[in-house]
Design a protein around this ligand. Structure first.
Ligand SMILES: [Zn+2]
Length: 126
């Protein structure tokens, strides 16, 4: 990874976590952004479920198959991995944790370019 080799602030700690887990940005949580309208829909007060997205994540975690999710604003329906899950919740067998504020987008581009697949960025302030 070019970015990790060229980190201008010197050495950085990188942790690689394997094993099926759900990841979230905890205090920085944002609802997922719809791939059609781009909105991050908050749960609808009075809806059948307090937060339908949490049920989708529960199914994803249990089955390891990404389910579909329907946007409460525009009714677009798509597999959850097609949504923008940055700072929301994502299930994965791999996570890379690095303390490198301001360079996370560059790292993500390198990861996507090197390995392909779908990635989500979670910002967690410590
Ligand atoms: Zn939408």
């Amino acid at each position: 990874m070019q970015l990790l080799r060229n980190e201008p602030r010197g050495e950085i700690a990188v942790t690689i976590t394997s094993g099926w887990r759900a990841y979230t940005a905890t205090a920085n949580y944002e609802p997922p952004a719809c791939p059609a309208c781009g909105e991050r829909a908050e749960p609808i007060i009075g809806a059948e479920s307090a937060d339908p997205f949490i049920e989708v994540v529960g199914s994803w975690w249990e089955t390891r198959v990404a389910p579909e999710h329907t946007c409460p604003l525009c009714d677009h329906r798509a597999v959850i991995t097609d949504w923008n899950l940055d700072n929301a919740v994502a299930c994965s067998s791999l996570a890379i944790t690095a303390e490198m504020y301001g360079a996370e987008n560059d790292l993500r581009q390198e990861l996507e370019g090197e390995f392909g697949g779908q990635w989500a960025t979670m910002h967690e302030h410590i």
